[in-house]
Ligand binder design. Sequence first.
Ligand SMILES: Cc1ncc(COP(=O)(O)O)c(C=O)c1O
Length: 383
Amino acid sequence: MKLARRTEKLRSFIAMDVLEKVQGMAQLGHDVISFSVGEPDFPPPRAVKEAAIKALKGDFTKYTHSLGMPALREAICAHYRRRYGVKLYPDQILVTAGTSPAMLLLFNALLNRGDEVVLSDPHYPCYANFLRFAEARPVFVKVREEDGFQFRPEAVRKKLGKKTKAVLINSPANPTGCPLPSSVMKSLAKTGKYLISDEIYHGLTYSGEERSILEFTDRAFVLNGFSKAYAMTGFRLGYLIFPRVFSKIFQNMAQNFFISASSFVQAAGIAALERAEADQKRMRKIFDERRKAMLAGVKSLGFGVANDPTGAFYVFANAKHYTKDSYRFAFDLLEKAKVGVTPGIDFGPSGEGYIRFSYATDLKKIHEGLARIGEYLRQRRLI
Ligand SMILES: Cc1ncc(COP(=O)(O)O)c(C=O)c1O
């Protein structure tokens, strides 16, 4: 029996392949350092853990409203009002088990077969995989290292047509760690197309501004979640913000497909938004120290970084003078030097020749991992 054609086209998320291999090697007793994973090494904030435990002890373990606990949706509205000055209503928010399910639901709600979504190349790999799964077509706009891997608005406009359903932005971005300037957001908002804005790395900006697309237009869908800035990857908690007119449609989808997100995890989400600001600040400060160390180290090894990244926890470095095959390079480095990195090809065709280094790990490991990479390059007479 053959499964549906859409499953045959779904390729693996290579960053996860690397992670799973790193985990397998560690289980066999190898001392592996991982710069591959987009997951903070911090424990979640204490208030978050306490809220989850309190909810469990109080038997807060039933289904919630399909759009999410009203109190959590209120807290998300308050968060967007406080941070960006935008007014949201709880009925335009859908709470999900992570940002990924929100994306799956959004793309399936939005797209008919053959519809197009414009996005950057390179990009977070799952975007293109999700879009193809929904039988839509990702339309890539090549973004350049010298532009901080961000859109030139005129290049986006050239790709817009009758079939364009939305333009997708991600700022600060995975894999590049670069922000999208507010002037570009403004310009994209004027195209008249809907925008999809993945704001999951908000809260992890080390210099410069952090703006939500909702400051510039309400013709937008926002994806966001608690995995990154609150170190809550395993809690699985995210949300989608949509224009209010679509409320009942998303509610119907949530009722049918998910029933609701986990109740005690949602209680922890409220604590994250209301009582974890100091923890967030502390983690951001540490990430910034790591960012500087990773950047200096990567550059000193001869990898190219045209614009220092100022957000998320990634350095996307040019390795074209070391390899034309980032996949082989990454897996060889893992086997020989016991350092996991993510090959640029995971992030789209323009990512080939680049390597993504995640600095969501401690300074000691960053220095040790970089030393191992240096040794690997020296042994191959590449430096
Ligand atoms: C840009 C981006 N969006 C969404 C996600 C998904 O996050 P989660 O499903 O953990 O909320 C990730 C995870 O790496 C990401 O990098």
